[in-house]
Design a protein around this ligand. Structure first.
Ligand SMILES: [Zn+2]
Length: 116
């Protein structure tokens, strides 16, 4: 089982090293009933949860998506009381830019072929 989620764990190390957010980010794989992942800020820390029933590849997709929320966080998101309210605010242009930055780091580290 040593190799289980090896690439996922390497991605998490890369994100912490190369794509830090404004505050430390705690990431946990847990049982989530209706979501694949979620991100929220609590004080001076971000929390990300990823549904542990997802396979490694999908978990990496979701981790990149959620990490972009931590990196692009703005104060309006602190006011979102529900997942629905959060979703309306959270996938804006700033999130898209953060996602692109993170994805670029991911491609450099995890693929071996040039993409143009
Ligand atoms: Zn999202």
């Amino acid at each position: 089982m040593a190799a289980r989620f090896r690439y996922y764990n390497a991605l998490l190390r890369m994100l912490k090293a190369e794509c830090p957010a404004a505050f430390p980010v705690s990431v946990r794989r847990v049982k989530l009933a209706k979501l694949e992942g979620r991100c929220w800020k609590q004080g001076k820390k971000f929390h990300i949860q990823i549904d542990k029933s997802l396979d490694e590849s999908r978990s990496m997709d979701v981790l990149i998506h959620e990490w972009a929320h931590a990196r692009a966080w703005n104060h309006r998101l602190d006011e979102a009381k529900t997942d629905e309210a959060f979703n309306k605010l959270a996938h804006d242009a700033a999130w898209g830019v953060a996602y692109a930055e993170i994805y670029s780091h991911y491609e450099k580290q995890f693929t071996h072929t040039a993409v143009i």
